[in-house]
Design a protein around this ligand. Structure first.
Ligand code: 4NP
Length: 155
């Protein structure tokens, strides 16, 4: 099983959006039995909460399920449990390294470095623009699936 974890600050806007979109792509490519998806926040601010209503309505608009999503905080155990750790912005990447401490995980990636954009995913909690974030996250998810298909053997 290949395990993918999306990480942002609050785990209510960007990373649950990525989790839902990526799960849908994996399903559409009939890879559900090979790839598992989750998300987490580096902060403890929203533990147990549903995604932000802006994320929920954008996912609903594109028929992406957000069923069962509840915010959780990233833990040191996630370094062992996940193969791909995808941070939404440079600050997330720094915080992931802080939480993981000694464990030098090989695959901690700033999401849009997988695309031609090479920048942070804008945080719609502050910008209010959930469409802009959705479009970039979708592009990132497609690039990530391409990378995994290149790197992994499904059997
Ligand atoms: P997220 O956005 O990291 O994409 O979930 C945020 C959500 C909440 C806060 C900041 C960013 N906050 O300050 O509570």
């Amino acid at each position: 099983m290949i395990r993918v974890l999306f990480v942002c600050l609050g785990n209510i806007c960007r990373s649950p959006m990525a989790e839902g979109i990526f799960r849908k792509l994996v399903h559409d490519e009939q890879l559900t039995e090979y790839i598992e998806v989750d998300s987490a926040g580096t902060s403890d601010w929203h533990i147990g909460k549903s995604p932000h209503e802006g994320t929920l309505s954008k996912l609903a608009e594109y028929e992406v399920s957000a069923e069962g999503m509840a915010a959780r905080q990233l833990t040191v155990n996630d370094a062992e449990d996940f193969d791909y750790i995808i941070g939404m912005d440079a600050e997330n990447i720094g915080n992931i390294h802080n939480i993981f401490g000694e464990s030098n995980h090989q695959r901690i990636i700033r999401f849009l470095d997988l695309t031609s954009h090479q920048k942070d995913v804008p945080d719609p909690y502050f910008t209010g623009d959930f469409q802009e974030t959705y479009d970039l996250v979708l592009e990132g998810c497609q690039a990530l699936l391409d990378l995994i298909k290149k790197e992994e053997v499904f059997s």
